[in-house]
Design a protein. Structure first.
Ligand code: 5CA
Ligand code: ZN
Length: 424
């Protein structure tokens, strides 16, 4: 798929330092990518509803990572997907009487508009699941051949003209490292698997946690040629495993998403990565905290949404939306309130005021503080505080301006743009 247009990233003096992030597996800070190149796979949207503040928060978090890597001189490849065929999309399309492809296309276009407005860098590789089906089929065939997957009979009427082939599930017992990403107990895994799209009660599975790899054709559902698997469509986790592997190779540096993806999604996709390779997967797992609204996690299925497109439609400056997100650390769980936006609008105005002057206080320490904050687990609030302090000094009435640097406002403005993605 074509991703959205890339914003310009201004040049900055000097260079950022190596970026460390919190690894969900170990709970510690680790260097996100060693060496001259850096690779990221951040899970993309399921396009059945519009981008809400929670999604935006997660994509802005990974955008900060890409920007910090680039500032540190690393060559970045960022890959993402769109889950453009999945149960919630098909259900929403059926419920609203829209063709599922049209619903997906509309929501993907709206997402791209929202990301463009928020100054989020586009992925270098942006693959829809429906574009990668032959590759997923090959991977599932490979897992079957390796004894890491098995077929489960389908109910009468399912399976098109070839009902005997059955659905295909991963055999988790073939992967001794299963569980090593989340390190959750079996009990927690069982609860989350049931809550987050798994089918623990499906008859014929060896282990209730075994995830679906290939779902045979069902009446009223789209299906693709699956070669020796028979007609059907891919399971969720294997899609991301294959898209990431095809785009980045294995191992790659960071696999990311919102905290709801740690288990089962990233546990399962990493298990598939291992089985499909020599045991490699993502080196680091990074998860953004879930944003809530009105007492619950903001979610398309609950409907408690603050939509980026609605905010834009009411004339809100998208840079203020972005600043509202940056006021929270990406790993925090927080709730969007009516105060978030006015505070960000005020800050944006102050910053714009402060950089509009001819000359200002020296910006070297500010640039360094912004870089240091972002290199330490993408601490956007720390970076924002450093800019706040410079702006407050620049605007302080009666301050001594004799030592002002002519280029300082430009340096701050470019740093805010390049590193925080906020255009002043
Ligand atoms: N298509 C899958 C991933 S392969 C998916 O989870 N799609 S999604 O549209 O539901 O979410 C897109 C991204 O936003 C995911 O990284 C998800 O973890 C994140 N996300 C969803 N809800 C929230 C929320 N309330 N707060 C923060 N991030 C969220
Ligand atoms: Zn994913």
């Amino acid at each position: 798929m074509h991703s959205w247009p890339a914003p310009q990233i201004p040049e900055l003096p000097g260079r950022g330092r190596p970026v460390r992030v919190h690894d969900s597996t170990t709970g510690g800070l680790v260097v996100a990518a060693e060496g001259p190149t850096a690779t990221l796979y951040a899970c993309g949207i399921t396009p059945y509803d519009a981008t809400h503040i929670g999604h935006a928060n997660t994509y802005v978090a990974f955008d900060l990572l890409v920007r910090a890597w680039r500032d540190a001189g690393q060559r970045v490849t960022y890959a993402s997907n769109v889950t453009d065929v999945d149960d919630p999309l098909l259900e929403r399309a059926a419920a609203t009487g829209v063709d599922w492809r049209a619903l997906a296309a509309d929501q993907i276009a709206l997402f791209a508009e929202d990301m463009t407005a928020l100054g989020v860098l586009p992925p270098d590789v942006w693959d829809g699941v429906v574009e990668r089906i032959p590759s997923v089929v090959e991977a599932v065939e490979e897992m079957l051949a390796a004894g890491a997957a098995y077929r489960v009979p389908v109910e009468p009427g399912a399976g098109g003209t070839d009902p005997g082939l059955g659905d295909v599930y991963a055999d988790l017992s073939a992967d001794p490292a299963f569980g090593s990403v989340s390190r959750f107990t079996r009990e927690t895994m069982a609860r989350l698997f049931a809550e987050r799209g798994g089918d623990p009660a499906r008859d014929g599975k060896k282990d209730p946690l075994d995830p679906l790899l290939w779902r045979r054709e069902r009446a009223g559902e789209p299906a693709w040629d699956g070669g020796s698997l028979g007609t059907g469509r891919p399971g969720w986790h294997v899609e991301c495993a294959v898209i990431a592997r095809d785009a980045l190779g294995l191992p790659f540096d960071v696999q990311g998403g919102g905290a709801d993806l740690l288990f089962p999604h990233h546990e399962m996709s990493t298990s598939h990565d291992r089985v499909l390779s020599d045991g490699s997967g993502p080196r680091v797992h990074v998860h953004a905290g879930l944003v809530g609204y009105a007492g619950h996690k903001m979610s398309k299925s609950l409907g408690n949404l603050v939509l980026v497109s609605n905010l834009r439609a009411t004339g809100v400056d998208p840079m203020a939306v972005r600043l509202a997100l940056l006021a929270h650390h990406y790993r925090d769980e927080w709730e969007w309130t009516d105060d978030d936006l006015p505070a960000a609008v005020q800050r944006l105005e102050t910053w714009r005021d402060a950089v509009s002057g001819n000359g200002g206080p020296d910006a070297t320490a500010t640039l360094d503080a912004v870089r240091a904050a972002l290199a330490t687990d993408l601490d956007a609030p720390g970076a924002v505080a450093a800019v706040d302090a410079w702006a407050a000094e620049a605007l302080r009435p009666g301050r001594d301006t004799s030592g002002d640097e002519e280029g300082a406002p430009g340096v701050v403005s470019r740093a805010v743009n390049a590193l925080l993605g906020v255009r002043l």
